[in-house]
Design a protein around this ligand. Structure first.
Ligand SMILES: *Cc1c(COP(=O)(O)O)cnc(C)c1O
Length: 381
């Protein structure tokens, strides 16, 4: 359905209606200029120094402790980190968290990728995949054969969020709940006690840069990691969660991390905690969601893609445009005006805009973006 626009019309958006910051991408996403300035200031004694010395270890420790506070982790939960982003964490989880069989809720590009990676692992039983149409999410189904339930807090490709709850009647010892929260962590409310592994990379909801994975692990998850590590399953060292756990407890990573990413993530977590924590950040996202979906519902040419308001993501909004307006043209004109990354997820193939509503993005800028989209549509007509 999405059409390719050969040439873009020239439409100048007046400066006084533009957002202060024009970055609305769903990842890598807006990094706050204050965080970048703080990094520049810290750089002479931080960047280019050993990651096994106190300065960097202190920052890793601040990130781990700050996340425990932000995510309101119950006692006994531990924040583990390693290199390679969420995609590497899927591989690490395939090796070191799934005992025999996993169940996956598949409702978009990212959730389906973890499932297909697991399906290819020769040492695991075939995963149970519960899929639903793009724009919706499926529900877990308690299954005695399953020892890990793979959920996604926010499906970035479609703009669907889901509540996090243990499958009915399933205790952590019977089935771990592992949640990909890459585009949700720090922006969506949840109860950590309903999860055993809440994992993410920090370049989306957390407004840092890529290359790292972070995972809040419950005592049951840690027990699983230790049990599989003690078994005779072969695991490559860089994907070994026991090695990652042991290093994390020393505020280190197994191999060299991107120090700038560690710094920016710690800075963002502090910023949220200092302002009131997860409730404050989630309220900002609620406000942005109210603005963008409200605008779409009032617009004669726009409609929220996700039909059920409860499933509409408060961190990534997907907005369909009707056939009279080409979404790629709208995104292209916005881009020419310095407002970037509003294109929809390619593979979804819809005439759609996708707009990040992460905590670092000012709700007033989301409001300004709506005015800019209206301006572009008006001048295309
Ligand atoms: C972006 C994204 C990923 C992939 O993250 P990488 O750090 O690039 O590996 C995985 N899951 C979700 C939900 C995402 O949004």
């Amino acid at each position: 359905m999405a059409r390719v626009s050969a040439t873009l019309p020239t439409i100048d958006i007046p400066n006084d209606i533009k957002p202060v910051d024009g970055r609305f991408g769903s990842g890598p996403s807006l990094v706050r200029p204050d965080a970048v300035a703080a990094l520049a200031e810290a750089a002479p004694t931080f960047l280019g120094t050993s990651h096994r010395q106190a300065t960097v270890q202190f920052m890793v420790g601040a990130l781990r402790n700050g996340l425990a506070e932000l995510l309101r982790l119950p006692d006994g939960y531990d924040v583990v980190l390693g290199n390679g982003g969420t995609t590497s964490f899927w591989d690490a989880a395939t090796f070191g968290l799934i005992e025999h069989r996993s169940q996956h809720l598949s409702f978009g590009e990212f959730s389906s990728k973890f499932a297909s990676g697991v399906a290819a692992a020769p040492f695991l039983d075939d995963p149970v995949v519960i899929a639903s149409e793009p724009g919706t999410h499926p529900a877990t189904s308690a299954d005695a054969d399953v020892d890990l339930y793979a959920l996604t807090h926010n499906e970035t490709s479609t703009g669907v969020m889901m509540p996090l709850e243990r499958p009915t009647g399933v205790a952590a010892d019977d089935g771990l709940v592992a949640v990909d929260a890459t585009s949700g962590a720090g922006g969506l409310r949840f109860d950590a006690a309903q999860t055993d592994v809440y994992y993410f990379a920090p370049q989306k909801a957390l407004a840092a840069d890529g290359g790292l994975w972070l995972a809040a692990c419950s005592p049951a998850a840690i027990e699983r990691i230790e049990r599989i590590a003690a078994s005779d399953r072969w695991v490559p060292a860089s994907l070994d969660l026991k090695i990652a756990l042991d290093n994390s407890r020393k505020d280190q990573t197994y191999n060299t991390p991107a120090l700038a990413t560690v710094f920016l993530a710690a800075h963002q977590v502090d910023w949220i905690n200092d302002n009131g924590g997860l409730e404050w950040a989630a309220s900002r996202c609620d406000r942005s969601a109210e603005i963008i979906y409200g605008w779409a519902e009032r617009s004669p040419v726009a409609t929220p893609f996700v039909a059920d308001p409860a499933m509409r993501s408060h961190t990534v909004a997907t907005i369909d445009l009707d056939d009279s307006v080409d979404a790629l043209t709208v995104s292209g004109v916005l881009r020419q005006n310095g407002i970037v990354d509003t294109e929809s997820y390619r593979k979804l193939g819809r005439n759609q805009l996708r707009i990040a509503l992460f905590p670092a993005i000012e709700p007033s800028d989301v409001e300004a973006l709506c005015a800019c989209i209206d301006h572009v549509i008006e001048h295309l007509a």
